[in-house]
Design a protein around this ligand. Sequence first.
Ligand code: MN
Length: 147
Amino acid sequence: MSEPESSPAAAPAKARPTAAAEDYLERIAALIKTKGYARVVDIAAELKISQASVTTMVQRLDADGLVKYEKYRGMVLTDAGEAVAARIAHRHELLTQLLRFFDLPEDVIFRDVEGMEHHISGETLAALERLTRHLEAHPEIVAQLRK
Ligand code: MN
């Protein structure tokens, strides 16, 4: 989960969120989608992290303009946060779809996607998206891969 800290001077204005921040945005978006709201206590339970740690991260996401956090009312995603969360969800779904062609166990797919998704570049994701669309259109190739 930890990433090397880059110096603030070298960081681009719109740096990609860290792996941890991406996990939070992914959870927050999923909670809002299923429950209608996301609270620190729910995120802490899902990520198995202390509420104090969750609060620290949520405040950072708020400072970065991705989340609007009100201490006793929970949080919502800003438009920028929604855009990042949508990108994260798309990436997760695409990688899951690709790995499912190989008929792997769902728990293996989930674990691997949760790791891979944070480290893949936009270029590689675009290439894997083309591969996924190609395999989707050619079930005979998928059958060969599964043998
Ligand atoms: Mn994910």
